[in-house]
Design a protein around this ligand. Structure first.
Ligand SMILES: NC(=O)c1ccc[n+]([C@@H]2O[C@H](COP(=O)([O-])OP(=O)(O)OC[C@H]3O[C@@H](n4cnc5c(N)ncnc54)[C@H](O)[C@@H]3O)[C@@H](O)[C@H]2O)c1
Length: 305
């Protein structure tokens, strides 16, 4: 029932007082999704957020929604220069001049240069969204380097600058994992390996014990199938699974990137450190399950459909 209310609020907030409605939604979300440890973080107002891979897709939607709900500046780091410049222009048109800054960079190569540039310009960063990622089952090395190592090293760099016990002001790191991070199905296993790593990092580094002395909150968002370039282009999977994977993909419900963007705002207000939240099927976030087993029977059912 309460989830239904949140869904309606999320669906209708565009026509109403945005911040008030989102606040009500956030309170409902607290009650429904996170029994126990609930933080109501301060607002996004005046904050500086860095979004890796924010030139398009889910990262762009997160930047867009952060700006909509008061974030002072969103820094987009992306290796796609054309899309990055376009995102900067579009978001500045929509939300006001100089609120979005694009910095060209490959997260697997340019951490030193880009982070130095960011900290020189802003001194303090309040939020890092580790979103840049790829899906390429033909290139397991690049998959691990981008999704797993990229996330780990960027988290490490920003965590150390944010931590209160080392002179920082605290902050929030949001890691974009995937429902693949807890599903046991036979598909996309290199991608799955990389996202399990993202979840592991979040549960450990984001553990409440660490938060107590660092003041750095870390949580993960696990999106389900989302309509972006990543899923629009043919999803690469190992040759022998192509047919069955195509059938399996057809059973998925695709949501808009904006649904993940809105969820990121709600979660910024409400999420507990060291926790993963699933956002799928266009629904509001829920706490992720530890594991979902896709049985042989379920796979065979899909094959024989
Ligand atoms: N689309 C989905 O169904 C889905 C589901 C679950 C999780 N995710 C995750 O969400 C995140 C965003 O995916 P998306 O669907 O928006 O993909 P997308 O391909 O639309 O966007 C990804 C962005 O990341 C950038 N990027 C990739 N590698 C980079 C690198 N090394 N350095 C800098 N930028 C880089 C790309 O240039 C692009 O702008 C990824 O981590 C992905 O794994 C996506």
């Amino acid at each position: 029932m309460a989830s239904f209310v949140i869904l309606n609020l999320l669906g209708s907030y565009k026509n109403t007082n945005k911040v008030e409605t989102m606040n009500v939604a956030a309170i409902f979300f607290c009650l429904v999704a996170t029994f126990g440890h609930v933080y109501l973080e301060e607002q996004l107002d005046g904050k500086v957020a860095v979004v890796t891979g924010g030139a398009k897709g889910i990262g762009y939607a997160i930047g867009d929604n952060f700006l909509e709900y008061g974030t002072k500046t969103v820094v987009i780091v992306d290796k796609n220069r054309l899309r990055g410049l376009k995102a900067e222009k579009d978001l500045n048109c929509k939300h006001g001049a100089n609120r979005t800054v694009f910095i060209y960079g490959d997260i697997t190569k340019d951490l030193d240069r880009v982070s130095k540039q960011i900290f020189q310009k802003f001194r303090y960063v309040n939020i890092l969204v580790n979103n840049a990622g790829i899906l390429d089952e033909y290139d397991p090395k690049k998959t691990i380097e981008t999704n797993a190592m990229g996330t780990v090293l960027w988290a490490d760099r920003f965590y150390n600058c944010m931590r209160k016990d080392r002179g920082g002001r605290g902050g929030t790191i949001i890691n974009i994992a995937s429902i693949s991070a807890y599903m046991s199905d036979p598909f996309l296993y290199f991608y799955k390996a990389s996202k399990f790593a993202v979840l592991g990092l979040t549960l450990g580094m984001g553990h409440e014990y660490n938060y107590l002395f660092t003041g750095v909150r870390m949580f993960a968002i696990c999106p389900g199938a989302t309509r972006t370039d990543m899923t629009r282009q043919e999803v690469t999977t190992v040759e022998e699974q192509r047919e069955v994977f195509e059938k399996f993909s057809k059973t998925l419900k695709y949501q808009s990137p904006d649904n993940v963007g809105k969820a990121a705002v709600l979660l910024y207000w409400t999420a507990t450190t060291g926790t993963a939240y699933t956002v799928q099927d266009g629904q509001p976030p829920i706490v992720s399950p530890d594991r979902v087993n896709i049985t042989m029977e379920a796979i065979l059912n899909v094959i024989h459909q």
